[in-house]
Design a protein around this ligand. Structure first.
Ligand code: NAG
Ligand code: NAG
Ligand code: NAG
Ligand code: NAG
Ligand code: NAG
Length: 266
């Protein structure tokens, strides 16, 4: 009796397991998501419409990289193609997607919030398009994302609202948009941040002292914003390698130079 029930449980577990595996391993949803995107995108001489056809596996379509074993889409790489129209939320139906690169196109509309929910996402690069609306908070709450580049678009609103947990983030490029508000203190959570570009926006008030936590930082571009306020000794915790760049971006370079000398003793 006991043996039987164990067997039954095992059978049940096994069945349940295989059902969930097969649901997760269906590659049809990947194809559907890509075709939905292709349907609305305009490319020069219908290049994508001609290449992304059902008679070849989507893994051999231009710009698509699949995982070798599972044959699921892991990268969408379509830079510099003069693509027009919008980034569809359907792209969030690519559960294995790690890299999303649509830089240097003519895409407009918003960045789908759901992209930030892709569990394996590491890189999102949509710089140099005409994207509008706000930057999805979901991207800043993604614990695995390594590169967020939204530079050279028409994004507006606050840089990000609420806490961010960007623990693996190395590159954050938001330059040349119309972002407003403050630099959130949560930036201090991005302990691995190396390149931080915020130039050419309308960010105001002071630079949060939490920026002093970012000891991996090598590039910090803050020019052409509306920053005010002063620098405190806490800011000096950041690596001295690029300190001069930080100070040169503040309203009174001569004064800041003096403050740097005094406060940071360099
Ligand atoms: C694939 O299908 C398209 C139309 O859907 C057709 O134009 C093209 O010739 C086909 N290619 C191959 C290699 O069969
Ligand atoms: C999708 O999966 C089916 C069944 O495993 C397989 O026959 C087909 O080749 C796969 N398609 C692609 C594009 O990988
Ligand atoms: C689509 O593009 C890929 C990569 O350039 C190429 O290898 C493939 O032959 C193209 N397929 C079609 C149907 O044009
Ligand atoms: C940030 O974006 C600008 C504009 O596209 C580019 O010139 C710069 O190289 C980018 N920086 C990084 C670190 O990606
Ligand atoms: C990008 O921003 C920089 C800094 O504000 C500015 O000098 C440059 O002209 C901007 N570029 C474009 C294409 O708007």
């Amino acid at each position: 009796m006991k043996k039987h029930s164990v067997l039954l449980i095992l059978l049940f577990v096994f069945q349940y397991y295989s059902v969930s595996i097969s649901a997760a391993s269906s590659n049809e949803t990947d194809q559907e998501a890509l075709l939905a995107f292709q349907n609305i995108i305009t490319s020069p001489s219908h290049f994508l419409a001609n290449n992304w056809t059902k008679n070849t596996s989507f893994c051999s379509w231009f710009g698509i990289t699949c995982s070798p074993k599972r044959q699921r889409v892991i990268a969408l790489t379509l830079p510099d193609l003069q693509l027009q129209d919008t980034i569809l939320p359907s792209l969030a139906n690519l559960p294995f997607l790690r890299e999303h690169n649509l830089e240097n196109n003519f895409l407009h509309g918003g960045i789908p919030y759901s992209l930030g929910h892709l569990p394996r996402l590491r890189v999102i690069d949509v710089q140099n398009n005409q994207l509008e609306g706000s930057t999805p908070t979901s991207l800043y709450q993604h614990q695995k994302v390594q590169k967020i580049s939204l530079a050279y678009n028409e994004l507006s609103g606050e840089m990000w609202k609420g806490p961010g947990y960007v623990l693996e983030l190395g590159v954050l490029n938001l330059s040349n948009n119309s972002l407003t508000g403050i630099t959130p203190p949560y930036i201090g959570n991005a302990k691995k941040l190396m390149n931080f570009y915020l130039s050419g926006n309308r960010i105001n008030r002071n630079i949060p002292k939490e920026i002093g936590n970012l000891n991996q930082l090598v590039e910090l571009y803050l020019v052409d914003n509306q920053l005010t306020g002063s620098i405190s000794a806490e800011h000096c915790l950041i690596s001295h390698r690029f300190l001069s760049r930080l100070w040169d971006t503040i309203a009174f370079p001569a004064l800041s130079f003096l403050m740097k000398r005094i406060l940071c003793q360099i």
